[in-house]
Every structure is written in structure tokens, then in C-alpha cells.
Write a protein that binds this ligand. Sequence first.
Ligand code: 3PG
Length: 200
Amino acid sequence: MIVIEDPEDAVPLAGALVEGGLPCAEITFRTAGAAEALRRIAGEYPDLLLGAGTVLTREQAAEARSAGVRFIVTPGFNPAVVDYCLEHEVPIYPGVCTPTEIEAALSQGLNVLKFFPAEPMGGLPFLTAISGPYGMVEFIPTGGINPENLGTYLAFQKVVACGGSWLAPPKWIQAKEFERIRQEVEAAVRIVRNATKGED
Ligand code: 3PG
């Protein structure tokens, strides 16, 4: 989950992710430079699994698509954004945190959903409870994920991925601390490998 103010930082940042062993990024539409950052990363690292986050409108979804993203993530369930993505066959992971929102997503044929904001909304106890009635849903928790709780989230069967800003905090990006980001990424990859040992 990445916030890039200056598109000049996009390619070195992507390099740190790739070298750290995590060739995947959600660049958020929280800055004016987001679309340009996406275009640069898509051009330089075509194999990186590149997505756009904080997509709040159809226009942003269209901008992300033309920049070359391979998935879109949204903080909430926005029917206009979901419809755009379904129409254009862009994988979409809308944010949910209530049964009603989960059912809205299911009614659109979506069953891999972002759980946001994970920690404030109840974390793993919430996911455990909600997986009773909604056993067909898989979750991507974000919001309050960190190296201490990442492994526990990933060990839960219904969690397919996690996201967070701790890997590349905006301050580190602005200070061009790409080596520090690479090391943080490497540490996270080790946690992921341990938590998912024995899985396919
Ligand atoms: C967000 O949308 O802000 C993200 O989910 C990241 O949350 P975090 O900063 O707690 O990792």
C-alpha cells in the first residue's frame, strides 16, 4: 500500500520491492502523481503485479486501467467503480467491513474482498465470525497490519493476502530510503514464507 508524491520515486521504489522479493504494489490514488507513478512502474517493471488503490471514482478506475494496472482495490464498496471494473474485466477487490457490504459484493459475483480497516474493525475475531455465514469469501486485510500480526492473519485459511503501509512508509519514500524499504520487504517475505509453509 504505497503513497507516491513524486513520480520520480516510482521506479526506484518498484526496484526495492522487486529486489526485496515482493514484486507486487498497490499505488494509491491519494496523490496527483499516482497515475504517472503507475505508468512509469508498468513501463519499467512489466512483470510486477501492479495495482491501483484508493480508487473512488469511475474516472480514477479508467485512469488506472490506461496506466496499465492489473488490479484495482477500493476502501469501500462503490457500485460505480465495481461496475466499471467488471465491464472492463479489471480484477477488483472492494473494501468491506459489514455483512451488508459483503452481500453487495457477492451479488456482483465478487468473493475475494478487501477487509478494511482490519484492526479497528475487529481483526481476526471479526474474520472468524464472518467466515461462518460467508464461508465462500476470501479476504485481503489491510489497515493496521504490521510485522507482528502479519503471520497470524496469513495463517487464517480465508486470508489470501495482506496489505499495509509499513513496508514503504511515505516518509521513507520521500527521503529516498529505498535500501531501507528493500530490507523491510525482505523481512516481510520471510514472515510470509513461515506463515504459509506447507501451503500449495
Ligand atoms: C490504508 O488504506 O490506509 C491501508 O489499508 C493501509 O493501512 P496501514 O497504514 O494501517 O497499513
